[in-house]
Design a binder for this molecule. Structure first.
Ligand SMILES: *Cc1c(COP(=O)(O)O)cnc(C)c1O
Ligand SMILES: [Zn+2]
Length: 420
């Protein structure tokens, strides 16, 4: 394998460092590391940025800091490449001219996290790591376990005991070593770092391992390619007047930071001229990034997280500083939504044929609020990111759904019911 060249730069102190095999965060201040590619070289060969024969995120291998790890014709190869739907009825209801949704539930393990786990597994193969470990509220672990299974490698997952059963089922059935922690995601997070250090495992933790954001940035590349294929008169085309506004659920802040990075990479190689606006949506009960945004702070203060949206239930966002920058540097905004608003958004998305888990639906709830507050005007093109499938958390989805009547199996009963 021919490893591509890249360097790290700390997102806090800006100190540059060479890409050593096992580097996670800045040794000086613990800041998240940005991966810097050879942008000059990429600019010069700009026709080779995309591998057109690839379908999923491996299409963008020339823009990734990993070598091609193989794994052809396995789920590993199918991360990314998710569809974009136009939501006509929802747009009309909100008074918007056009609204799209990128459906990340269509990833192999049914969440956005497959993008990160695929690229981390590629890195693990490159550095010869035998065991990869992660802390997870469920999806990151399911994604890592699934990708490891596809490649015949070993994964260890620490998840909170209270994670939704469907996510735990995924972890177990993919054959990972699953360790349930009597505690929060944040407890699992810290324990994972200790265990990785103690046992020599490669740690995938979100907002700790620099490669997760590199995987997540591929969603930005897909959005850019989708925009460049839009007809010129579409409000989402790259030539259109208003920039695209993208609504992204935020827990650790790594998805929004990764998507920001993806668009910045595209800017650096000269294929786009401006960034879309990134809107970070948090649950009211887990709003550390939004709190910092509204108080104009640069540092993140932890909260005690409580929300139905388990995937964005985080006390201390591990990529909060870059998440804040993603919102501020693109002219976006942070929004907070209640659990009731999230449940209503699950129902609204359901009625246009999209089944979202609570965290995914939070993006939609955030858009409703942004329209109410006049942050989005009717002419502006909007894209929602549905980050995970509703099948991941059926209990939550049922809370958003009406109850079905139960009847005796006779036609009279049906007639009686329909007359009501
Ligand atoms: C992880 C996750 C998020 C939040 O991503 P962060 O990087 O933690 O901000 C949102 N939705 C779903 C479904 C997720 O699994
Ligand atoms: Zn630093």
């Amino acid at each position: 394998m021919n490893s591509p060249r890249f360097t790290y730069r700390c997102s806090l102190c800006q100190r540059a460092s060479e890409a050593a095999e096992l580097t996670y965060t800045c040794p000086a201040d613990g800041g998240n590391l940005d991966v810097l590619l050879d942008y000059e070289g990429l600019r010069r060969q700009n026709q080779a940025l995309i591998l057109p024969e690839e379908r999923g995120l491996w299409r963008y291998l020339p823009l990734l800091p990993v070598a091609d790890p193989g794994g052809h014709e396995t789920p590993f190869r199918e991360a990314g490449g998710t569809p974009v739907y136009q939501l006509h009825a929802l747009a009309a209801g909100l008074g918007l001219r056009a609204l799209w949704l990128k459906d990340e539930s269509r990833n192999p393990s049914a969440s956005f996290k497959d993008r990160a786990s695929a690229v981390v597994m590629a890195r693990a193969a490159e550095i010869g790591a035998e065991v990869v470990v992660t802390a997870s509220t469920g999806n990151a672990g399911a994604a890592l376990a699934g990708m490891a299974a596809a490649l015949g490698r070993k994964a260890v997952i620490f998840a909170p005991r209270a994670a939704p059963p469907a996510k735990i089922a995924q972890l177990l059935i993919f054959g990972a070593q699953v360790i349930l922690v009597e505690g929060s995601y944040d407890d699992a997070f810290d324990l994972t770092i200790q265990a990785a250090h103690e046992f020599g495992w490669y740690c995938r933790n979100t907002g700790y391992n620099p490669f997760t954001a590199e995987g997540k940035k591929t969603a930005a590349f897909e959005i850019w390619e989708w925009q460049s294929r839009q007809p010129p008169r579409s409000p989402a085309s790259l030539q259109a007047g208003a920039p695209l506004s993208i609504f992204i659920p935020v827990g650790d802040g790594n998805i929004i930071a990764g998507i920001h990075k993806g668009f910045k990479d595209l800017l650096a190689v000269g294929v786009i001229e401006r960034l879309p606006r990134l809107f970070g949506v948090q649950a009211e009960g887990s709003a550390a990034v939004a709190n910092a945004f509204f108080s104009q702070a640069d540092r993140i203060q932890p909260v005690t997280a409580h929300t139905i949206a388990d995937s964005i239930s985080v006390d201390l966002p591990r990529d909060g500083v870059r998440a804040l920058r993603a919102v501020r540097e693109t002219g976006g905004c942070c929004l907070t939504v209640s659990d009731a608003e999230i449940l209503r958004a699950i129902a609204s998305l359901g009625r246009v044929g999209v089944l979202a888990e609570p965290a995914g639906a939070a993006a939609c709830a955030g858009l409703v609020k942004a329209v109410e507050q006049g942050l989005i005007t009717p002419e502006e093109p909007v894209l929602l990111l549905n980050t995970g499938s509703g099948l991941k958390d059926v209990r939550a989805v049922l809370q958003a759904a009406p109850e079905a009547p139960v009847i005796e199996p006779t036609l009279e009963e049906v007639q009686r019911l329909l007359r009501q």
